[in-house]
Write a protein that binds this ligand. Structure first.
Ligand code: AHR
Length: 516
Protein backbone atom coordinates (compact mmCIF):
# COMPACT_ATOMS: atom_id res chain seq x y z
CA UNK A 1 0.00 0.00 0.00
CA UNK A 2 1.23 3.52 -0.80
CA UNK A 3 2.08 5.44 2.39
CA UNK A 4 -0.10 8.39 1.30
CA UNK A 5 -3.13 6.13 0.88
CA UNK A 6 -2.49 4.64 4.29
CA UNK A 7 -2.18 8.10 5.76
CA UNK A 8 -5.59 9.08 4.39
CA UNK A 9 -7.14 5.81 5.56
CA UNK A 10 -5.68 6.32 8.99
CA UNK A 11 -6.99 9.84 9.17
CA UNK A 12 -10.49 8.73 8.15
CA UNK A 13 -10.58 5.72 10.46
CA UNK A 14 -9.24 7.60 13.42
CA UNK A 15 -11.43 10.62 12.81
CA UNK A 16 -8.36 12.73 12.11
CA UNK A 17 -5.11 12.86 14.05
CA UNK A 18 -5.68 15.55 16.61
CA UNK A 19 -3.26 18.41 16.15
CA UNK A 20 -2.52 18.46 19.86
CA UNK A 21 -1.37 14.81 19.85
CA UNK A 22 2.38 15.14 19.76
CA UNK A 23 3.12 11.45 19.83
CA UNK A 24 1.06 8.70 18.27
CA UNK A 25 1.51 5.51 16.32
CA UNK A 26 -1.14 4.16 13.98
CA UNK A 27 -0.72 0.62 12.68
CA UNK A 28 -2.39 -0.65 9.52
CA UNK A 29 -3.48 -4.15 10.52
CA UNK A 30 -5.20 -4.86 7.20
CA UNK A 31 -2.48 -4.92 4.56
CA UNK A 32 0.01 -7.76 4.81
CA UNK A 33 1.89 -7.71 1.53
CA UNK A 34 5.48 -7.97 2.71
CA UNK A 35 7.20 -10.57 4.89
CA UNK A 36 10.10 -9.45 7.09
CA UNK A 37 12.86 -11.77 5.96
CA UNK A 38 14.32 -13.47 9.03
CA UNK A 39 17.80 -12.89 7.58
CA UNK A 40 17.48 -9.20 8.46
CA UNK A 41 18.45 -10.49 11.93
CA UNK A 42 21.70 -11.96 10.60
CA UNK A 43 25.24 -11.80 11.98
CA UNK A 44 28.80 -11.69 10.74
CA UNK A 45 31.89 -13.52 12.05
CA UNK A 46 35.30 -12.70 10.61
CA UNK A 47 38.74 -14.02 11.42
CA UNK A 48 39.36 -10.84 13.35
CA UNK A 49 40.59 -10.41 16.91
CA UNK A 50 38.76 -12.75 19.29
CA UNK A 51 35.62 -13.33 17.25
CA UNK A 52 36.36 -16.83 15.97
CA UNK A 53 39.24 -17.97 18.21
CA UNK A 54 38.34 -17.52 21.88
CA UNK A 55 34.86 -16.26 20.98
CA UNK A 56 33.26 -19.08 19.05
CA UNK A 57 35.97 -21.71 18.85
CA UNK A 58 38.07 -22.87 21.80
CA UNK A 59 39.08 -26.20 20.33
CA UNK A 60 38.37 -29.73 21.45
CA UNK A 61 41.06 -29.75 24.18
CA UNK A 62 39.80 -26.64 25.97
CA UNK A 63 38.79 -26.59 29.64
CA UNK A 64 36.03 -24.15 28.76
CA UNK A 65 32.77 -26.10 28.36
CA UNK A 66 32.34 -26.77 24.64
CA UNK A 67 30.51 -28.86 22.08
CA UNK A 68 33.12 -30.35 19.74
CA UNK A 69 35.31 -27.26 20.19
CA UNK A 70 32.53 -24.59 20.00
CA UNK A 71 31.90 -22.70 23.25
CA UNK A 72 28.75 -24.16 24.77
CA UNK A 73 27.60 -20.86 26.29
CA UNK A 74 27.94 -19.11 22.92
CA UNK A 75 26.06 -21.82 21.04
CA UNK A 76 23.24 -21.65 23.58
CA UNK A 77 23.07 -17.83 23.52
CA UNK A 78 23.01 -17.62 19.72
CA UNK A 79 20.36 -20.31 19.42
CA UNK A 80 18.27 -18.57 22.06
CA UNK A 81 18.55 -15.31 20.09
CA UNK A 82 17.37 -17.22 16.97
CA UNK A 83 20.35 -16.36 14.78
CA UNK A 84 19.08 -16.95 11.22
CA UNK A 85 22.23 -16.52 9.09
CA UNK A 86 25.96 -16.14 9.71
CA UNK A 87 28.42 -14.53 7.27
CA UNK A 88 32.03 -15.84 7.14
CA UNK A 89 35.11 -15.67 6.78
CA UNK A 90 35.18 -11.87 6.26
CA UNK A 91 35.24 -8.95 5.76
CA UNK A 92 38.61 -7.85 4.50
CA UNK A 93 39.98 -11.22 5.64
CA UNK A 94 37.87 -13.02 2.99
CA UNK A 95 39.86 -11.55 0.11
CA UNK A 96 43.09 -12.90 1.57
CA UNK A 97 41.65 -16.30 2.49
CA UNK A 98 42.37 -19.50 0.59
CA UNK A 99 39.88 -22.10 1.71
CA UNK A 100 42.00 -25.15 0.90
CA UNK A 101 44.38 -24.08 3.69
CA UNK A 102 41.54 -24.66 6.17
CA UNK A 103 40.60 -28.29 5.45
CA UNK A 104 42.15 -31.68 6.24
CA UNK A 105 44.14 -32.73 9.33
CA UNK A 106 44.79 -29.66 11.49
CA UNK A 107 48.46 -30.46 11.94
CA UNK A 108 48.93 -30.30 8.17
CA UNK A 109 47.05 -27.06 7.57
CA UNK A 110 49.40 -24.30 6.43
CA UNK A 111 49.55 -21.10 8.46
CA UNK A 112 48.91 -17.67 7.02
CA UNK A 113 49.36 -14.07 8.07
CA UNK A 114 46.24 -12.12 8.99
CA UNK A 115 47.46 -8.92 7.34
CA UNK A 116 44.37 -6.84 8.03
CA UNK A 117 43.77 -7.59 11.65
CA UNK A 118 46.63 -7.24 14.08
CA UNK A 119 49.19 -9.02 11.88
CA UNK A 120 48.68 -12.26 13.78
CA UNK A 121 49.43 -15.72 12.44
CA UNK A 122 46.29 -17.62 11.50
CA UNK A 123 46.71 -21.37 11.91
CA UNK A 124 43.61 -22.25 9.89
CA UNK A 125 42.32 -24.55 12.61
CA UNK A 126 38.87 -23.08 12.03
CA UNK A 127 37.98 -23.67 8.39
CA UNK A 128 35.15 -24.73 6.12
CA UNK A 129 34.11 -27.83 8.12
CA UNK A 130 34.27 -26.02 11.44
CA UNK A 131 32.17 -23.12 10.10
CA UNK A 132 29.53 -25.14 8.30
CA UNK A 133 29.16 -27.61 11.17
CA UNK A 134 28.70 -24.62 13.50
CA UNK A 135 25.86 -23.35 11.32
CA UNK A 136 24.21 -26.76 11.55
CA UNK A 137 24.56 -26.65 15.33
CA UNK A 138 23.05 -23.17 15.42
CA UNK A 139 20.38 -24.13 12.88
CA UNK A 140 21.21 -21.06 10.84
CA UNK A 141 22.06 -20.51 7.17
CA UNK A 142 25.73 -20.10 6.29
CA UNK A 143 26.69 -17.15 4.10
CA UNK A 144 30.08 -17.67 2.47
CA UNK A 145 32.13 -14.72 1.27
CA UNK A 146 34.31 -15.81 -1.67
CA UNK A 147 37.75 -14.39 -2.38
CA UNK A 148 37.80 -12.17 -5.45
CA UNK A 149 40.61 -9.83 -4.36
CA UNK A 150 43.40 -12.44 -4.36
CA UNK A 151 41.61 -15.61 -5.44
CA UNK A 152 40.53 -17.09 -8.74
CA UNK A 153 37.32 -18.28 -10.35
CA UNK A 154 38.67 -21.84 -10.14
CA UNK A 155 39.31 -21.50 -6.41
CA UNK A 156 35.74 -20.33 -5.86
CA UNK A 157 34.11 -22.99 -8.04
CA UNK A 158 36.17 -25.70 -6.32
CA UNK A 159 34.85 -24.39 -3.01
CA UNK A 160 31.27 -24.56 -4.27
CA UNK A 161 31.80 -28.13 -5.45
CA UNK A 162 33.42 -29.03 -2.12
CA UNK A 163 30.51 -27.64 -0.09
CA UNK A 164 27.58 -28.53 -2.28
CA UNK A 165 28.20 -31.47 -4.61
CA UNK A 166 26.96 -34.98 -3.86
CA UNK A 167 28.45 -36.52 -7.01
CA UNK A 168 31.57 -38.48 -7.79
CA UNK A 169 33.66 -35.38 -8.53
CA UNK A 170 37.10 -34.39 -7.18
CA UNK A 171 36.06 -31.78 -4.61
CA UNK A 172 33.12 -33.78 -3.24
CA UNK A 173 35.44 -36.77 -2.91
CA UNK A 174 38.00 -34.64 -1.07
CA UNK A 175 35.28 -33.52 1.33
CA UNK A 176 34.29 -37.13 1.98
CA UNK A 177 37.93 -38.00 2.55
CA UNK A 178 37.94 -35.22 5.17
CA UNK A 179 35.09 -36.85 7.02
CA UNK A 180 31.96 -35.23 5.67
CA UNK A 181 29.81 -37.47 3.54
CA UNK A 182 26.84 -35.25 2.78
CA UNK A 183 27.09 -31.82 1.16
CA UNK A 184 26.14 -28.83 3.26
CA UNK A 185 24.09 -27.22 0.48
CA UNK A 186 25.22 -23.68 1.13
CA UNK A 187 22.81 -21.17 -0.37
CA UNK A 188 24.26 -17.70 0.18
CA UNK A 189 27.44 -16.81 -1.69
CA UNK A 190 29.01 -13.34 -1.58
CA UNK A 191 31.28 -12.55 -4.52
CA UNK A 192 33.96 -10.25 -3.12
CA UNK A 193 33.88 -8.01 -0.06
CA UNK A 194 34.38 -4.25 -0.23
CA UNK A 195 35.86 -4.68 -3.71
CA UNK A 196 36.04 -0.85 -3.82
CA UNK A 197 38.43 -0.97 -0.82
CA UNK A 198 40.25 -3.78 1.01
CA UNK A 199 38.87 -6.30 -1.49
CA UNK A 200 40.88 -4.90 -4.39
CA UNK A 201 40.36 -1.13 -4.71
CA UNK A 202 38.35 -1.64 -7.91
CA UNK A 203 36.21 0.80 -9.84
CA UNK A 204 32.56 -0.23 -10.26
CA UNK A 205 33.05 -0.85 -14.00
CA UNK A 206 36.02 -3.11 -13.40
CA UNK A 207 34.30 -4.98 -10.56
CA UNK A 208 31.04 -5.53 -12.39
CA UNK A 209 32.89 -7.29 -15.23
CA UNK A 210 34.67 -9.53 -12.74
CA UNK A 211 31.37 -10.17 -11.01
CA UNK A 212 29.78 -11.27 -14.28
CA UNK A 213 32.61 -13.73 -14.79
CA UNK A 214 32.52 -15.14 -11.22
CA UNK A 215 28.75 -15.15 -11.15
CA UNK A 216 28.34 -17.08 -14.38
CA UNK A 217 30.80 -19.74 -13.25
CA UNK A 218 29.31 -19.90 -9.73
CA UNK A 219 25.94 -20.43 -11.39
CA UNK A 220 27.21 -23.33 -13.45
CA UNK A 221 28.95 -25.03 -10.52
CA UNK A 222 26.17 -24.16 -8.11
CA UNK A 223 23.58 -25.45 -10.56
CA UNK A 224 21.90 -22.05 -10.34
CA UNK A 225 20.70 -22.83 -6.83
CA UNK A 226 22.96 -20.33 -5.15
CA UNK A 227 21.71 -16.98 -3.95
CA UNK A 228 24.56 -14.84 -5.25
CA UNK A 229 25.35 -11.54 -3.60
CA UNK A 230 27.36 -8.90 -5.44
CA UNK A 231 29.59 -6.51 -3.56
CA UNK A 232 27.65 -3.30 -3.04
CA UNK A 233 28.33 0.26 -2.08
CA UNK A 234 30.26 1.92 0.68
CA UNK A 235 27.68 4.13 2.41
CA UNK A 236 26.43 6.81 0.05
CA UNK A 237 28.30 5.71 -3.08
CA UNK A 238 25.16 5.74 -5.25
CA UNK A 239 27.14 5.53 -8.48
CA UNK A 240 28.40 2.09 -7.41
CA UNK A 241 24.82 0.84 -7.02
CA UNK A 242 23.81 2.39 -10.33
CA UNK A 243 26.62 0.72 -12.28
CA UNK A 244 26.09 -2.62 -10.56
CA UNK A 245 22.34 -2.67 -11.10
CA UNK A 246 22.60 -1.58 -14.70
CA UNK A 247 25.24 -4.12 -15.69
CA UNK A 248 24.51 -6.85 -13.18
CA UNK A 249 24.63 -10.49 -14.17
CA UNK A 250 21.23 -12.18 -14.28
CA UNK A 251 22.28 -14.61 -11.57
CA UNK A 252 22.88 -11.86 -8.98
CA UNK A 253 20.09 -12.14 -6.40
CA UNK A 254 21.38 -9.64 -3.86
CA UNK A 255 23.54 -6.54 -3.69
CA UNK A 256 25.25 -5.59 -0.46
CA UNK A 257 25.63 -2.28 1.37
CA UNK A 258 28.04 -1.42 4.17
CA UNK A 259 27.47 1.40 6.62
CA UNK A 260 29.05 1.83 10.05
CA UNK A 261 28.00 4.40 12.65
CA UNK A 262 31.09 6.41 13.56
CA UNK A 263 29.55 8.14 16.52
CA UNK A 264 31.75 11.14 17.29
CA UNK A 265 30.17 14.59 16.91
CA UNK A 266 32.60 15.58 14.13
CA UNK A 267 33.02 13.72 10.87
CA UNK A 268 35.11 10.53 11.13
CA UNK A 269 35.55 11.00 14.88
CA UNK A 270 34.95 7.80 16.88
CA UNK A 271 33.31 7.66 20.28
CA UNK A 272 34.58 5.82 23.31
CA UNK A 273 32.50 2.69 23.95
CA UNK A 274 32.06 3.50 27.66
CA UNK A 275 32.23 6.56 29.88
CA UNK A 276 31.29 8.86 26.99
CA UNK A 277 29.64 12.26 27.31
CA UNK A 278 26.04 12.80 26.28
CA UNK A 279 27.03 14.47 23.01
CA UNK A 280 28.38 11.08 21.88
CA UNK A 281 25.09 9.45 22.80
CA UNK A 282 23.20 11.98 20.69
CA UNK A 283 25.50 11.87 17.69
CA UNK A 284 25.59 8.06 17.77
CA UNK A 285 21.81 7.86 17.37
CA UNK A 286 21.81 10.76 14.90
CA UNK A 287 24.40 9.09 12.69
CA UNK A 288 22.73 5.70 12.87
CA UNK A 289 19.54 7.35 11.57
CA UNK A 290 21.40 7.93 8.32
CA UNK A 291 20.74 4.26 7.51
CA UNK A 292 17.18 5.23 6.59
CA UNK A 293 18.33 7.65 3.91
CA UNK A 294 20.90 5.17 2.59
CA UNK A 295 18.38 2.36 2.32
CA UNK A 296 15.84 4.62 0.61
CA UNK A 297 18.27 6.12 -1.89
CA UNK A 298 19.94 2.83 -2.81
CA UNK A 299 16.48 1.22 -3.07
CA UNK A 300 15.31 3.98 -5.42
CA UNK A 301 18.24 3.23 -7.74
CA UNK A 302 17.51 -0.50 -7.53
CA UNK A 303 13.84 0.19 -8.35
CA UNK A 304 14.94 1.92 -11.55
CA UNK A 305 16.48 -1.29 -12.88
CA UNK A 306 14.47 -3.88 -10.97
CA UNK A 307 10.87 -2.80 -10.53
CA UNK A 308 9.78 -6.23 -9.35
CA UNK A 309 12.29 -6.16 -6.52
CA UNK A 310 13.96 -9.42 -7.48
CA UNK A 311 17.35 -8.26 -6.18
CA UNK A 312 17.59 -7.94 -2.42
CA UNK A 313 19.47 -5.16 -0.66
CA UNK A 314 21.76 -7.03 1.75
CA UNK A 315 23.20 -4.74 4.43
CA UNK A 316 25.85 -7.31 5.25
CA UNK A 317 27.93 -5.06 7.53
CA UNK A 318 26.48 -2.48 9.90
CA UNK A 319 26.73 -1.32 13.50
CA UNK A 320 28.51 1.19 15.71
CA UNK A 321 32.32 1.31 15.44
CA UNK A 322 33.85 2.88 18.56
CA UNK A 323 37.33 3.23 19.99
CA UNK A 324 38.73 -0.11 21.16
CA UNK A 325 38.76 -0.83 24.87
CA UNK A 326 41.85 0.79 26.43
CA UNK A 327 44.75 -1.63 26.65
CA UNK A 328 43.50 -3.97 23.92
CA UNK A 329 45.15 -4.58 20.54
CA UNK A 330 43.87 -1.85 18.15
CA UNK A 331 43.68 -4.34 15.26
CA UNK A 332 41.30 -6.58 17.23
CA UNK A 333 38.44 -4.04 17.32
CA UNK A 334 37.25 -5.14 20.77
CA UNK A 335 34.68 -2.66 22.11
CA UNK A 336 32.16 -2.60 24.94
CA UNK A 337 28.48 -2.13 24.24
CA UNK A 338 26.09 0.27 25.98
CA UNK A 339 22.37 1.08 26.04
CA UNK A 340 23.17 3.67 23.32
CA UNK A 341 24.33 0.81 21.10
CA UNK A 342 21.20 -1.18 21.89
CA UNK A 343 19.15 1.83 20.74
CA UNK A 344 21.22 2.01 17.55
CA UNK A 345 20.36 -1.66 16.99
CA UNK A 346 16.62 -1.20 17.61
CA UNK A 347 16.52 1.87 15.39
CA UNK A 348 18.37 0.10 12.58
CA UNK A 349 16.23 -3.02 12.82
CA UNK A 350 13.10 -0.82 12.66
CA UNK A 351 14.51 0.74 9.47
CA UNK A 352 15.17 -2.68 7.93
CA UNK A 353 11.73 -3.98 8.96
CA UNK A 354 10.02 -0.95 7.47
CA UNK A 355 11.91 -1.47 4.17
CA UNK A 356 11.48 -5.23 4.10
CA UNK A 357 10.16 -5.04 0.54
CA UNK A 358 13.77 -4.47 -0.55
CA UNK A 359 16.01 -5.34 2.41
CA UNK A 360 16.33 -9.13 2.43
CA UNK A 361 19.32 -9.62 4.70
CA UNK A 362 21.48 -7.67 7.15
CA UNK A 363 24.47 -8.79 9.20
CA UNK A 364 25.52 -6.80 12.24
CA UNK A 365 29.30 -6.64 12.74
CA UNK A 366 30.41 -8.76 14.50
CA UNK A 367 28.91 -11.59 16.58
CA UNK A 368 31.45 -12.04 19.42
CA UNK A 369 34.14 -9.72 20.86
CA UNK A 370 34.40 -7.48 17.76
CA UNK A 371 32.67 -4.13 17.08
CA UNK A 372 28.95 -4.15 18.01
CA UNK A 373 29.01 -7.68 19.37
CA UNK A 374 26.04 -9.45 20.90
CA UNK A 375 28.27 -11.43 23.25
CA UNK A 376 31.61 -10.67 24.95
CA UNK A 377 33.91 -13.27 26.47
CA UNK A 378 36.80 -13.23 28.92
CA UNK A 379 38.32 -16.63 29.67
CA UNK A 380 35.46 -18.89 30.63
CA UNK A 381 33.12 -15.96 31.36
CA UNK A 382 30.69 -14.49 28.90
CA UNK A 383 28.21 -11.63 28.99
CA UNK A 384 25.22 -10.75 26.88
CA UNK A 385 25.43 -7.17 25.64
CA UNK A 386 22.47 -4.74 25.51
CA UNK A 387 22.49 -5.29 21.72
CA UNK A 388 21.94 -9.03 22.29
CA UNK A 389 18.76 -8.25 24.23
CA UNK A 390 17.41 -6.14 21.37
CA UNK A 391 17.98 -8.96 18.87
CA UNK A 392 16.17 -11.36 21.16
CA UNK A 393 13.27 -8.97 21.78
CA UNK A 394 12.96 -8.33 18.03
CA UNK A 395 13.17 -12.00 17.02
CA UNK A 396 9.34 -12.14 16.90
CA UNK A 397 9.51 -10.04 13.73
CA UNK A 398 11.40 -12.80 11.89
CA UNK A 399 9.30 -14.06 8.97
CA UNK A 400 6.26 -12.11 10.19
CA UNK A 401 4.14 -9.86 7.97
CA UNK A 402 5.24 -6.27 8.07
CA UNK A 403 2.47 -3.93 9.20
CA UNK A 404 2.87 -0.34 8.05
CA UNK A 405 3.06 1.99 11.01
CA UNK A 406 2.69 5.72 10.91
CA UNK A 407 4.53 7.45 13.71
CA UNK A 408 4.24 11.09 14.65
CA UNK A 409 6.53 12.15 17.44
CA UNK A 410 8.29 14.97 19.18
CA UNK A 411 11.96 15.72 18.64
CA UNK A 412 14.85 15.10 20.97
CA UNK A 413 17.10 18.16 20.84
CA UNK A 414 20.66 18.69 21.92
CA UNK A 415 23.00 21.62 21.29
CA UNK A 416 20.66 23.00 18.61
CA UNK A 417 20.43 19.67 16.73
CA UNK A 418 17.24 17.61 16.54
CA UNK A 419 16.34 14.00 15.88
CA UNK A 420 12.96 12.26 16.14
CA UNK A 421 12.60 11.03 19.72
CA UNK A 422 11.00 7.71 18.72
CA UNK A 423 11.22 4.96 16.16
CA UNK A 424 9.05 1.89 15.68
CA UNK A 425 8.04 -1.06 13.52
CA UNK A 426 5.23 -3.59 13.69
CA UNK A 427 4.44 -7.04 12.38
CA UNK A 428 1.90 -9.83 12.56
CA UNK A 429 3.05 -13.41 13.00
CA UNK A 430 1.48 -16.50 11.49
CA UNK A 431 -0.72 -17.00 14.58
CA UNK A 432 -2.18 -13.53 14.24
CA UNK A 433 -0.33 -11.93 17.16
CA UNK A 434 0.76 -8.36 16.50
CA UNK A 435 4.03 -7.01 17.88
CA UNK A 436 5.01 -3.37 18.09
CA UNK A 437 8.60 -2.45 18.90
CA UNK A 438 9.27 1.17 19.89
CA UNK A 439 12.36 3.02 21.07
CA UNK A 440 12.57 6.25 23.03
CA UNK A 441 15.90 7.94 22.28
CA UNK A 442 15.41 10.78 24.75
CA UNK A 443 17.78 9.83 27.60
CA UNK A 444 16.06 12.11 30.13
CA UNK A 445 12.36 12.04 29.46
CA UNK A 446 9.61 9.46 29.50
CA UNK A 447 7.18 9.68 26.61
CA UNK A 448 3.54 8.68 26.57
CA UNK A 449 2.55 7.07 23.30
CA UNK A 450 -1.02 6.24 22.26
CA UNK A 451 -1.16 3.28 19.85
CA UNK A 452 -4.02 2.52 17.49
CA UNK A 453 -4.60 -0.51 15.29
CA UNK A 454 -6.50 0.34 12.15
CA UNK A 455 -8.68 -2.45 10.76
CA UNK A 456 -8.40 -4.83 13.72
CA UNK A 457 -9.36 -5.15 17.34
CA UNK A 458 -7.43 -7.02 19.99
CA UNK A 459 -8.32 -8.98 23.03
CA UNK A 460 -5.44 -8.56 25.38
CA UNK A 461 -1.81 -7.66 25.80
CA UNK A 462 0.07 -10.96 25.62
CA UNK A 463 3.47 -9.64 26.62
CA UNK A 464 5.27 -6.36 27.17
CA UNK A 465 9.03 -6.12 27.66
CA UNK A 466 11.32 -3.16 28.19
CA UNK A 467 15.07 -2.71 27.93
CA UNK A 468 16.42 0.38 29.65
CA UNK A 469 19.40 1.27 31.82
CA UNK A 470 20.38 3.35 34.86
CA UNK A 471 22.25 5.88 32.67
CA UNK A 472 22.56 6.78 28.98
CA UNK A 473 25.97 5.09 28.82
CA UNK A 474 25.35 2.05 31.04
CA UNK A 475 26.71 -1.30 29.93
CA UNK A 476 27.16 -4.85 31.14
CA UNK A 477 30.59 -5.65 32.53
CA UNK A 478 32.04 -8.99 33.62
CA UNK A 479 31.61 -7.82 37.24
CA UNK A 480 28.09 -6.54 36.69
CA UNK A 481 26.69 -8.50 33.76
CA UNK A 482 23.05 -7.63 34.35
CA UNK A 483 23.07 -3.83 34.56
CA UNK A 484 21.16 -3.67 31.26
CA UNK A 485 18.66 -6.46 30.83
CA UNK A 486 15.02 -6.75 29.76
CA UNK A 487 12.23 -6.67 32.33
CA UNK A 488 8.45 -6.73 32.19
CA UNK A 489 6.98 -3.41 31.09
CA UNK A 490 4.24 -2.37 33.47
CA UNK A 491 3.42 1.04 32.02
CA UNK A 492 1.18 -0.20 29.21
CA UNK A 493 -2.60 -0.45 29.24
CA UNK A 494 -5.42 -1.31 26.89
CA UNK A 495 -7.51 1.81 26.34
CA UNK A 496 -10.11 0.46 23.87
CA UNK A 497 -10.89 -2.38 21.47
CA UNK A 498 -8.10 -1.36 19.16
CA UNK A 499 -6.06 1.06 21.23
CA UNK A 500 -3.49 1.03 23.96
CA UNK A 501 -1.24 3.49 25.68
CA UNK A 502 2.37 2.95 26.59
CA UNK A 503 4.65 5.08 28.72
CA UNK A 504 8.18 4.68 27.38
CA UNK A 505 10.89 5.19 29.99
CA UNK A 506 13.82 7.41 28.98
CA UNK A 507 16.44 5.61 26.77
CA UNK A 508 14.34 2.51 26.30
CA UNK A 509 13.29 -0.13 23.80
CA UNK A 510 9.94 -1.84 24.28
CA UNK A 511 8.24 -4.78 22.59
CA UNK A 512 4.50 -5.22 23.05
CA UNK A 513 2.55 -8.18 21.67
CA UNK A 514 -1.24 -8.28 21.47
CA UNK A 515 -3.55 -11.00 20.17
CA UNK A 516 -6.09 -10.28 17.43
O1 AHR B 1 34.02 -5.44 10.17
C1 AHR B 1 35.33 -4.97 10.10
C2 AHR B 1 35.73 -4.61 8.68
O2 AHR B 1 34.96 -3.52 8.24
C3 AHR B 1 35.49 -5.66 7.62
O3 AHR B 1 36.52 -6.58 7.56
C4 AHR B 1 35.44 -4.86 6.36
O4 AHR B 1 34.63 -5.46 5.38
C5 AHR B 1 34.90 -3.51 6.83
O5 AHR B 1 35.65 -2.47 6.36
Amino acid sequence: MKPMFFLLTALILTGGIQAQELNKVTIDAVHKDVVINRNIYGHFAEHLGRCIYDGIWVGKDSNIPHINGYRKDIVEALREMKIPVLRWPGGCFADTYHWKDGIGPKSERPKMMNYHWGGVVEDNSFGTHEFLDLCELLECEPYISANVGSGTVKEMTDWIEYMNSDQDVPMANLRKQNGREKPWNVKYLGIGNESWGCGGAMTPDYYVNLLRNYSEMAGIYGRWKLFQIGCGANGADYNWTDVLMKQRPGSMSGLSLHYYTIAGPSWGDKSPATGFEKKYYFSGIEKAMRMNELVEKHSAIMDKYDQNKRVGLMVDEWGIWTDVEPGTEPGFLFQQNSIRDALIASLTLDIFNNHADRVKMANIAQTINVLQAVVLTEGDQMILTPTYHVFKMYSVHQDAFLLQSRLICEDYEMDGRKIPALSCSASEDKDGSITLTVSNFNPDKEITLPVELVGATFDKILSATVLTAPAYNSYNSFNQPETVKPTILKSVKKTGNSTLQVVLPPRSVVAITVNK
